[in-house]
Design a protein. Structure first.
Length: 352
């Protein structure tokens, strides 16, 4: 949109719900927020962060007086941005719309965030036809839905290409990883996995590390419900490398180097197939079934035996890994942003 200054006057607001994650991404994509609310607090609860975001966003909408407001994804910031826009009488565009598991508690609170945001939105930018169909089943008017692909894929492909061209450096030293062993990249942070689920994941990783033929790299989320059990059970285990959370660029670089992605992340379920990587998802349900249907993603839950069995299958069978590695990305071709901009212009023409 900023590349079309005649058509768009763009204002960017960030809540900084995750300060450390946010700043490095803004730098990579050369984005300077017009409103930086800096709302992150240590140990913040959902109720605390929600109430503070709504209070802080009200004067932003009053000052900016936008014609349309965009929110992306399914975070607490997404819901609060949509609700604030609704209170201000501003039409809402929801990017990454239509993701559904059908269970308000999985993932929690993201499923509720995206369902509620969808009820408030005037424009719905769905990554896939499946997401569009979810919205249609909920009674969303077809003319308000645009299948654009996901802007997150625009981002990961942009960074991949800049890394390969030497225009961007990851800034990370991967020399600690054995050069002749496949890398299993692990991420785990979902609330529904806290407790026994996280303990089960850790036990599975211990068993996989005992094989001795793979390197497990685990950037550990700072949430105490993740950090505590992971450090207690996996600290100082040969073959397991526990890292601080990675910035976006080195994380894309590490995904590109990995043989297997073992994750509970929604974004990685889309990014992995874009990079030609097999993805094992440590959840029982996913709002992104398209990659499961084509075979590049497989649900394994948090059951210890199931995780070990599925990772072992991929480690022991190059053919099985190759089958999941074929590059098929149902979530976009890297041009979602242009389509969203085009649809915005058409929407504004119609309502004026």
């Amino acid at each position: 949109m900023k590349a079309r200054p005649v058509a768009f006057n763009v204002r960017v607001a960030v809540t900084a719900q995750h300060r450390q994650m946010l700043d490095q991404v803004l730098q990579v994509f050369r984005i300077t927020p017009d409103y930086d609310l800096n709302l992150m607090l240590p140990g913040q609860t959902l109720a605390t962060s929600t109430s503070r975001m709504l209070a802080a966003l009200e004067p932003v909408f009053r000052d900016a007086s936008p014609d349309i407001a965009y929110v992306q994804g399914d975070t607490t910031s997404t819901l609060c941005g949509a609700l604030s826009a609704f209170y201000a009488g501003v039409p809402i565009g929801h990017i990454e719309a239509g993701l559904r598991t059908g269970d308000m508690l999985q993932p929690f609170p993201e499923e509720a965030n995206r369902v509620l945001t969808g009820r408030l939105a005037a424009l719905h930018f769905a990554a896939t036809n499946g997401s569009r169909d979810n919205l249609l089943r909920e009674g969303v008017r077809p003319e308000t839905i645009h299948v654009t692909g996901n802007s997150g894929i625009d981002a990961v492909l942009n960074v991949r290409d800049r890394l390969q061209a030497g225009q961007l450096m990851s800034g990370s030293d991967w020399s600690f990883i054995h050069p002749n062993k496949p890398v299993i990249l692990v991420t785990a942070h979902r609330r529904e996995s806290f407790g026994e689920g996280m303990d089960s994941i850790c036990r599975a990783l211990l068993r996989l590390a005992a094989r001795g033929d793979a390197e497990i790299v685990f950037p550990v989320h700072r949430n105490p419900n993740v950090l505590g059990p992971v450090q207690r059970q996996l600290g100082n285990v040969p073959g397991i490398h526990l890292l601080e959370p990675l910035d976006y660029v080195p994380f894309v670089d590490l995904m590109s180097r990995a043989a297997i992605l073992l994750t509970d992340s929604g974004g990685v379920q889309e990014e992995g197939p874009s990079l030609g990587k097999p993805v094992l998802v440590m959840r029982e349900k996913t709002e992104r079934p398209e990659a499961v249907e084509v075979g590049t993603v497989r649900l394994v839950g948090t059951n210890e035996d199931r995780i070990v069995a599925e990772v072992t299958r991929l480690l022991d069978s190059p053919e099985a890994r190759a089958t999941m590695c074929h590059v098929h990305n149902p979530y976009g071709d890297g041009h979602a942003s242009e389509r969203i901009a085009d649809a915005t212009l058409e929407f504004m023409r119609l309502i004026r």
